[in-house]
Design a protein around this ligand. Structure first.
Ligand code: GAL
Length: 420
């Protein structure tokens, strides 16, 4: 046995020496990708990317860091860069991309972007994050949006619930679901999930005006307004519909509660659809997708992008191939159909998408045209990370009963001020 092993090892070594050139080029043609796509639906989508890239001769070194919303991934990234060991490519959101670009850490993708005409097909709302100082520094793979409700259709049908179109109708529906013995709202008590609901709730109370003034302009009057207090009141109302075990639950496990018919609804971005599809559920038949009541016509978006770290000429070719694969229209369709998001290009047909995807694409285009498209606060597209985290802290403390709504509003004003 021992002898067989050493013979094998020797075989590999000899092989490595004999094909020295081949080994070097194989090393050139690989990318290490840091990402947080570890749920079932996310992993299926990631596989579409991996396979596409491998078919272009680039091998994939996986660096997954679990944790929805990517906070843990960003912590690991910081540690890797500090240690002088940056990954080749990193899944990143909004202001984080800009922050890394400002540090001079990201590679310039302008030549591939120019060759492939990215300027003409990527919506301006995404270019705002994908370019820095006129240079493309990341490749956007999708557009997600956060103001969605995912509902179990069987429960809605059984209880005679119509799709709620207003806050009051939503509350009435949740009351019915709770009274029937189901968990009304499937939720995971993690700061980013609380904040994802807060995105929609703030929009539902004060529309684009409040949303923009509070989360983009960081206007203390909006942050401290009666409308913001009303938003916290709505959060407290929603808190009364979650189950006892919500604390710390991962978002995909909350999706599973709706999928399995244990809970009525989940308020979550459209990555949740990836979980429903993975479980072989069909939109319109098994589950419903609709906009958070009172936010119809507006879209709060985030866009997963892959930023390339400057790691010198050696890995350059593979980085460009990755960026080019990501931006290919056929890939954007194939990937986003599985992921639950919609393409990051305006020239991709909606033909392959299901009803929720078609609705998502149409509403994104309409919101963009009517000035009702806003970056998601919860997912790093409204304000920089320090501000986002300060909002997370207040929203989560309030959701867990540490502050009443009046205190939360005061805390929000001072937390956001302190974070700037
Ligand atoms: C978001 C990201 C999505 C999805 C989600 C949950 O921030 O944009 O792609 O991964 O987190 O992990």
């Amino acid at each position: 046995m021992k002898r067989t092993l050493s013979k094998l090892a020797c075989g590999v070594a000899v092989c490595a020496i004999m094909t020295g050139a081949g080994v070097a080029s194989a090393a050139d043609s690989s990318v290490e990708v840091l990402h947080w796509w570890t749920s079932g639906g996310e992993a299926s989508a990631l596989n579409v990317l991996k396979e596409d890239l491998e078919s272009n001769g680039v091998s994939w070194k996986d660096m997954p860091v679990a944790g929805g919303g990517g906070e843990q991934a960003m912590t690991v990234l910081r540690a890797r860069v500090t240690a002088g060991n940056a990954p080749t490519a990193v899944q990143m959101l909004g202001f984080d991309i800009q922050d890394w670009a400002a540090e001079g850490a990201l590679a310039d993708l302008n030549s591939v972007a120019a060759k492939e005409g990215w300027d003409d097909v990527v919506p301006a709302a995404l270019q705002r994050f994908a370019k820095h100082d006129g240079k493309w520094i990341s490749a956007p793979v999708n557009v997600h949006s956060t103001n969605w409700v995912w509902a179990n259709k069987k429960i809605f049908d059984e209880l005679g619930i119509a799709q709620p179109a207003s806050w009051d109708e939503l509350v009435a529906a949740l009351d019915k679901i709770k009274a029937a013995g189901y968990t009304a709202v499937a939720h995971g008590g993690q700061a980013w999930q609380d904040a994802t609901i807060f995105d929609a709730v703030v929009m539902s109370v004060g529309g684009p005006d409040l949303y923009k003034k509070a989360f983009v302009d960081l206007d203390p009057a909006a942050l401290g307004s009666d409308q913001m207090k009303e938003a916290f009141d709505r959060m407290a109302t929603l808190r009364s519909y979650v189950d006892d075990n919500f604390s710390g639950r991962d978002w995909n496990l909350a999706s599973a509660m709706v999928i399995e018919g244990k809970a009525g609804v989940q308020f979550m971005g459209d990555w949740a659809k990836g979980e429903f599809l993975k479980a072989n559920l069909k939109p319109g038949e098994d589950f419903l997708c609709f906009r958070f009541p009172d936010t119809q016509g507006t879209v709060t978006f985030n866009s997963d992008q892959f930023a390339m770290f400057s790691i010198g000429e050696e890995g350059r070719d593979a980085q460009v191939k990755l960026a080019s694969s990501i931006m290919a229209p056929s890939f954007q369709s194939a990937f986003n159909v599985v992921k639950g998001s919609v393409p990051a290009r305006t020239d991709v047909s909606d033909e392959a998408f299901d009803a929720c995807g078609k609705k998502g694409m149409k509403e994104l285009a309409e919101a963009n045209a009517s000035g009702k498209l806003f970056g998601s606060m919860a997912h790093g597209h409204a304000s920089p990370a320090a501000v986002k985290n300060s909002i997370y802290d207040v929203v989560t403390a309030h959701f867990n009963g540490e502050f009443d709504s009046a205190e939360a509003v005061e805390e929000l004003v001072s937390a956001v001020e302190g974070a700037q």
